[in-house]
Design a protein around this ligand. Structure first.
Ligand SMILES: C[S@@+](CC[C@H](N)C(=O)[O-])C[C@H]1O[C@@H](n2cnc3c(N)ncnc32)[C@H](O)[C@@H]1O
Ligand SMILES: [Zn+2]
Length: 271
């Protein structure tokens, strides 16, 4: 059962005590209990998921895009930046795809995929035998034990830098993937997808600077010949899916253009 992968890593979202998973539930020493869903993920949200959470259709579109290999160059870059990580937390982990690829590259590693969407968490629960799947809100403080993770990854997902700093073990690092201006630009322009905020890089570095120093920024560029089905899925996996989708899009040439940011703790190592 993949939740075993989270042994010793999770914290109670109510009292922050250590959370142990046993059979169909997880519990802390103070008696707070949380259900393990039939599909294998642990629900720590403490309420219903918000209306903006990714829907099952969005998640399935993302599964198809990721399994097409369109973002393989991003996974390769993540793996290069994370040598030696044995405990990995993927925040906004979605389908668990990126975490699973990192775990494939590292036989002694295990990880937790955390996402606010139960549809995503269902998928992540079967992404990899050494990946646990948890439903939680990254902005509510992460339900993980402090300083237990060698690596926090955050791919196109919300970045709670203070919580990442608390989750990281001494010497650990954060890898953040953000879209650059050219990312899927032809698809964005043609189908009116949400634009990429030009101030995003400045805001990211500002948010990171209280907790981390920026070690590197690797730019990943990969051209992509997308057939109509892939174009449809690139649109359907994102927030535009909430506003209706085009009928049958055309095949398009586009580009994956992202940055992989490497941040390390700026604080001295813990004693
Ligand atoms: C653009 S998707 C990226 C998913 C995955 N990292 C990937 O690249 O395939 C953003 C993800 O962040 C999740 N998310 C959004 N808000 C969140 C929050 N407050 N806490 C945790 N996850 C969140 C969404 O449900 C979604 O799965
Ligand atoms: Zn508790």
């Amino acid at each position: 059962m993949s939740l075993d992968a989270a042994h010793g890593l999770l914290a109670c979202p109510v009292c922050a005590g250590a959370l142990d998973v046993e059979g169909p539930a997880a519990a802390c020493g103070a008696g707070h209990r949380f259900d393990v869903a039939r599909q294998g993920y642990l629900g720590l949200l403490g309420g219903p998921q918000p209306a903006h959470a990714d829907t099952p259709a969005m998640v399935e579109a993302r599964v198809r895009v990721l399994s097409s290999g369109a973002f393989d160059a991003v996974d390769a870059a993540l793996a290069r930046c994370a040598p030696g990580a044995r405990t990995i937390l993927d925040v906004g982990g979605g389908t668990g795809h990126h975490l699973a690829r990192l775990l494939d590259a590292r036989a002694d590693a295990r990880g937790v995929s955390l996402d606010i969407s139960t549809a995503a968490a269902r998928r992540a629960a079967r992404a990899h035998p050494r990946a646990a799947s948890v439903v939680a809100d990254a902005w509510a403080g992460l339900p993980v034990r402090p300083h237990r993770f060698d690596l926090v990854t955050c791919v196109f997902a919300p970045r709670n830098m203070a919580a990442f700093a608390r989750a990281l073990a001494p010497g650990g690092q954060v890898l953040v993937v953000t879209p650059d201006a050219g990312h899927l630009a032809s698809v964005r322009e043609r189908y009116g997808l949400l634009a990429i905020d030009p101030d995003k890089d400045v805001r990211l570095q500002k948010a990171a600077s209280s907790h981390f120093r920026t070690v590197a920024r690797h730019r990943v560029r990969e051209s992509l010949d997308a057939d109509p089905a892939l174009v449809a899925d690139l649109i359907a996996m994102g927030p535009n899916a909430f506003h209706g989708l085009p009928g049958r899009p055309a095949a398009m040439h586009t580009e994956v253009a992202v940055s992989v940011w490497v941040f390390r703790s700026s604080a001295p190592p813990l004693p």
